[in-house]
Design a protein around this ligand. Structure first.
Ligand code: SF4
Length: 342
């Protein structure tokens, strides 16, 4: 784990980052201009670099910032024909599945996810053969072809409620083993249900260790902990044994900080969520070992501009999300079931 600690992001973090990028003002203007010309909307995930998290009416380019579920739902409401998804591929696929009549683009088609690539459609078929009749819950961090084989999707926001909703006393949960173990602990305590887990991991959240969380505790005796579901259980137990904090989704983390009286927090999630938090709560302090998702960081202002420029030309295929009609139809079933739990 990197020992470069990001301590107390200043309240001017976002505008400062913007100004540091000498090319940025021109890029911002070009993107803003092309966005109108190409009838496009820009959706940006909370893990995007800060310069992409700046909202359009504050001088940036993003029309909406959110988590994967929030953005996909937003994509169904926009009037623009072209959606540019600044996130990773499985997220853009979900937007395409929910809005098949729209053109969905991603600035780098190679922006993947260690969780999504850990399991294939054939793996799910094999699991169903091994455990006949056991419902399969797929975390939304899976590719469309994998989702198409599952009973229902979930996000970190609604996973607990979805798992609770099944009558079955055993459930298959894919693909994040750490999130699965964290869910299992809560679900078993509440309902006695058992989860069969897959062995996928998020390459960012798995880096939060028991040892590093204990060290943070020593150094910051009054800080509260903000932990994502995808963090390993040992690190969660080491953080929340007698210290206050939250284990949950990105949205749970944002909400918790707003409701907490504490002024200091240790963030165990993707580094650039620190920028979101600091933007929302400028008077609070966020401490994190700055672990960035290399997949999310493949998206930048330059390739966003290139994506916009390509719309309406033959170069657009480099950025466009294309899924066959059968995959869209089958994957939309578990996603739409999940949306009832939003
Ligand atoms: S942060 Fe983890 S779960 Fe999210 S895209 Fe990166 S690798 Fe996947």
């Amino acid at each position: 784990m990197s020992l470069t600690y990001l301590i107390s992001l200043p309240s001017y973090y976002l505008p400062l980052k913007m100004l540091e990028l000498k090319e940025a003002p021109t890029l911002y203007q070009e993107i803003q201009h092309l966005k109108k010309e190409k009838n496009a909307v820009i959706l940006a995930h909370y893990y995007m670099p800060p310069e992409l998290q700046l909202i359009a009416d504050k001088g940036g380019v993003a029309d909406f910032i959110g988590d994967s579920l929030g953005l996909s739902v937003e994509a169904t409401k926009v009037k623009e024909q072209n959606i540019i998804f600044c996130g990773v591929r499985f997220m853009a696929e979900t937007a395409k599945i929910l809005s098949p009549e729209k053109n969905v683009f991603i600035p780098d088609n190679d922006a993947g996810c260690s969780l999504a690539s850990s399991i294939t459609a054939q793996d799910v078929k094999n699991l169903k053969q091994k455990y006949p009749g056991v419902p399969v819950i797929a975390y939304v961090n899976t590719y469309a072809t994998t989702k198409a084989e599952c009973d229902i999707c979930c996000t970190s926001r609604n996973a607990l409620n979805i798992a609770r909703s099944f009558d079955s006393d055993t459930l298959i949960f894919i693909p994040d083993v750490h999130m699965g173990r964290n869910l299992q602990k809560k679900i078993t305590a509440e309902t006695g249900k058992k989860l069969i887990l897959w062995n996928g991991v998020c390459e960012v959240h798995e880096q939060f260790s028991e040892m590093s969380m204990k060290a943070f505790k020593e150094i910051y005796p009054n800080a509260e902990f903000l932990l994502h579901w995808e963090v390993p259980q040992e690190a969660v137990s080491a953080s929340l044994d007698e210290r206050k904090g939250v284990l949950g989704s990105t949205n749970d983390i944002l909400k918790y900080v707003g409701e907490s009286k504490s002024k200091q927090f240790i963030l165990a999630s993707e580094c650039d969520l620190g920028a979101t938090l600091k933007g929302m709560y400028p008077n609070k302090e966020f401490i994190t070992p700055c672990i960035k998702c290399p997949q999310m960081k493949k998206i930048n202002l330059e390739n966003l501009l290139q994506t916009l420029e390509s719309i309406g030309t033959e170069k657009a295929s480099k950025y466009e999300i294309c899924l066959d009609a059968d995959t869209i139809r089958r994957a939309s079933v578990p996603i739409k079931r999940m949306l009832k739990f939003v």
